[in-house]
Design a protein around this ligand. Structure first.
Ligand code: NDP
Length: 247
């Protein structure tokens, strides 16, 4: 029987590849996102259902629940991204200039909301509806281990929070894991944001000398959501081509 799969942020990039993977396996897939037009187009291409939802908004999540089937077998918390990509570094804190703390707090919290609170809220909303034997997979990041401002802190928090989640869900035979991608090319996350030099550097840092693809991440998520991974929970699976620290 087809499993019910929810992929948050499933209209683009990594989330879309994950949703397509499950749809091709014959699963019943729901994808979410904030932009209705592109989301619907993407969903139609793979025979999934589109539901507009901002995963940082508790009321939107309550509305999402009403749109979902009775139980959910696989929840993929993929929605996220670096909301402070261009400016957030530790040197912002260390600078001599008087810090604009209100603005710093706003920007820092935005990344926590987008990447950590959104996943926690979504999981909390769906907790009672997760099917026995099911799986929760969060999309973390290499930034959790290597640093990356408020974005990296949010992704690190996701991995830590997931340990408790795994304990809570374990009694019901539900696994909870994080897939932590390294540099994945060809998604909106990095599009128009990296110089050619930085792109080359990110590739050079990998052991395999190439960037990852959204499909590379989808394969890892599919494995963690499969019966073959039923004894794996509370873990972080790194999908980064053997990325090595350079400094
Ligand atoms: P994209 O920008 O293509 O994907 C992000 C998706 O999430 C979009 O579809 C976006 O749609 C959706 N989204 C973002 N915020 C929300 C929200 N609050 N509510 C609902 N949907 C939301 O980039 P990627 O595919 O690369 O990123 C997917 C995940 O992978 C992210 O969590 C990212 O942090 C992580 N990641 C990516 C890496 C990379 O190299 N690309 C590396 C490591 C981790 P919309 O704007 O319409 O809401």
């Amino acid at each position: 029987m087809a499993r019910n799969v929810l992929v948050t942020g499933g209209g683009t990039g990594i989330g879309y590849a994950i949703a397509r993977h499950f749809a091709e396996q014959g699963e019943a897939v729901v994808v979410t996102g904030r932009r209705a037009g592109p989301l619907k187009e993407a969903a139609d291409r793979i025979g999934a259902r589109a539901v507009v939802c901002d995963h940082t908004d508790p009321e939107a999540l309550t509305r999402l629940l009403a749109e979902l089937p009775g139980s959910v077998d696989v929840l993929v918390n993929n929605a996220g991204g670096n909301t402070d990509f261009d400016t957030d570094t530790a040197s912002d804190v260390a600078s001599d200039a008087a810090p604009d703390l209100a603005s710093y707090a706003h920007d820092f919290r935005a990344n926590l909301d987008a990447n950590l609170v959104s996943a926690a809220l979504t999981t909390k909303a769906l907790e009672g509806r997760l099917a026995e034997g099911g799986a929760v997979v969060h999309i973390g990041s290499i930034a959790a281990a290597r640093g990356g401002g408020s974005y990296g802190a949010a992704k690190a928090g996701l991995s830590t929070w997931n340990i408790d989640l795994a304990r809570t869900l374990g009694a019901r035979g539900i696994t909870a894991n994080v897939v932590a991608p390294g540099y994945i090319a060809d998604t909106e996350f990095f599009r128009d944001r990296l110089t050619d030099e930085r792109r080359t550097q990110l590739v050079t840092e990998t052991a395999v000398d190439r960037p990852g693809s959204p499909e590379d991440v989808a394969g890892a998520v599919a494995f963690l959501a499969s019966p073959a991974a039923r004894h794996i929970t509370g873990q972080v699976l790194h999908v980064n081509g053997g990325a090595l620290p350079t400094r």
